[in-house]
Design a protein around this ligand. Structure first.
Ligand code: SF4
Length: 496
């Protein structure tokens, strides 16, 4: 079982009718005369609905009077029984739609894409499909970085951001959906940012991005408690990241850094407060938002409680921390990524030990009771000394927390370094599974007895992720040959 298919998703398997009844904001349309598009998240409802990108696409597509867009998820029950998924809104199978659009956020979900197509009776390879089948397209950050492992399966990929891609894509599809498949693909291949694997591009496909985020406010469109942050109304504050950590995809695929205006965000917050008491401010480093104080003051005046998805542990002004604590935030995540100064510099993290301990001290003084620290293991040039430095830094943070905030809790998330296409570290090797396991065990051994909770991602699945992130079209054959979506199934398919 993949690391992301947890019991919480399983526990939320309720009937679609009940699911819809628990939602606010779902759109149901009559199909007559409209282009039906299935928006597929190749994972459970619980995980798919946590993704603001899915909310944005659902809203952007349904905004068109001549389009009906319905959501499709791949629940554990579907996976186990290989049962064809049906849309949430009208309970139709994928074959009933003219277009099937996958939104893919994680490489490990590639497995599910092929399973979904097969379970739906749709030939998985693009070359085996014709006009009698839906057009199968996909987008998402990992595909913008490297679509090649999935290239033989898809008729087209959106490279970049949906807001910019959709006008050209939809115009091409609506004008040619009834034409011969080759004609439709030829037309799609002329749309900026659309990569059609069966049509060799004459010029490089260029990533598309939205210049002015204010033109497209992104926030929760469908409100439901049945998802990870269901008690929050989520608002995207910014897109991109200026820090360029060498392992991270965000600063590459969402370049350049862009911010929404305070006015737009406060207008979204006003709307959000009709639905939820708490707002979730989403972005790669929300504490870097240039008008943060003005935004937080505005939110406080509205009586909003809020939390922030991410903070950068550098130069956190006291007055902003006071606003954050006043807004009801009790848990904060900081991501030092590496324990030693040397390794943080090597990965271009741009924060030093004093920044981290200073941030922890300030957060504790402002009443933050739960602190999560994110670290990576297996980073290039990492030694045992760097692992010891993670333990030392964590204990230092714990001692600061214990001194200043009674009853505070510190937890650690440990992720193996996965080299990703499009990042400065894309060509560097990954540590062996044995090394990763040994380093994670060492951290657990030294920190768990101190009352620090550690969660770690699976080294074996991380290695699979690295293959999917950097692979070429040869990976497609392996994915197609997998009989069971598990590590054993993957290894068997790789062995051929
Ligand atoms: S790791 Fe965080 S700070 Fe670094 S580039 Fe990625 S999003 Fe930005």
């Amino acid at each position: 079982m993949s690391p992301r298919r947890g019991n919480r998703a399983r526990g939320l398997e309720i009937s679609p009718r009940e699911r819809l009844a628990r939602e606010k904001g779902a759109i149901t349309k009559d199909w007559g005369g409209k282009l039906p598009i299935a928006l597929v998240s190749p994972n459970s409802y619980y995980i798919g609905m946590s993704n603001l990108g899915l909310h944005a696409l659902y809203s952007l597509l349904n905004r068109h009077g001549d389009i009906v867009c319905e959501r499709v998820f791949w629940e554990i029950d579907n996976q186990e029984r290989k049962a064809p998924p049906v849309s949430l809104e009208s309970r139709r199978p994928l074959s009933a739609f003219r277009v099937v659009a996958f939104t893919i956020s994680y490489e490990v979900d590639y497995f599910n894409v092929i399973s979904i197509l097969k379970a739906s009776g749709i030939p998985p390879f693009s070359a085996d499909r014709d006009e009698s089948h839906p057009l199968i397209i996909a987008g998402g950050p990992c595909l913008t970085a490297n679509p090649m492992p999935l290239a033989p399966f898809f008729d087209g990929f959106g490279i970049g951001e949906a807001e910019k891609l959709l006008p050209g894509l939809l115009s091409s599809v609506t004008n040619h959906i009834n034409a011969k498949r080759e004609e439709l693909l030829k037309s799609l291949a002329t749309v900026p940012g659309i990569y059609v694997p069966r049509m060799l591009p004459k010029t490089p496909v260029t990533r598309q991005w939205t210049e002015n985020l204010d033109d497209f406010p992104v926030g929760s469109v469908i409100l439901t408690r049945d998802t990870e942050l269901g008690d929050l109304y989520l608002i995207e504050v910014e897109r991109g990241c200026p820090w360029r950590c060498h392992f991270c995809l965000v600063s590459t695929v969402f370049r350049p850094m862009r911010f929404r205006s305070v006015d737009t965000l406060l207008a979204q917050a006003k709307e959000g407060l009709f639905h939820r008491k708490r707002l979730g401010l989403v972005g790669p480093a929300v504490s870097d938002y240039p008008h943060l104080e003005e935004l937080l003051t505005g939110l406080r005046r509205m009586g909003a409680q809020f939390s922030m998805s991410s903070m950068r542990a550098r130069n956190l002004p006291e007055r902003i921390l006071a606003e954050i604590a006043g807004g009801g935030t009790r848990t904060i995540t900081l991501a030092p990524e590496a324990g030693s100064e040397r390794l943080r510099q090597a990965i271009n993290k741009g924060i030093c030990e004093d920044d981290i301990t200073d941030a922890v001290g300030k957060l504790a003084r402002h009443g933050i009771k739960r602190l999560k620290l994110y670290f990576m293991v297996g980073l290039p040039t990492e030694t045992d000394e760097d692992i010891a430095a993670i333990a030392r830094l964590t204990l230092q943070c714990k001692s600061i927390l214990d001194r200043q905030a009674k009853g505070a809790r510190l937890s650690l998330n440990i992720a193996p370094f996965v080299p990703k296409a499009g990042t400065p570290f894309q060509r560097l090797p990954m540590a062996s599974i044995g090394t990763l396991k040994q380093r994670i065990a060492r951290l657990k051994g030294s920190l768990a007895p101190q009352g620090i909770q550690l969660k770690s991602e699976s080294p074996a699945w991380s290695q699979v992720q690295a293959v999917l992130a950097r692979g070429d079209t040869r990976v497609a054959q392996v994915l197609n040959n997998i009989e069971e979506n598990s590590l054993a199934g993957w290894r068997k398919a790789v062995a051929g």
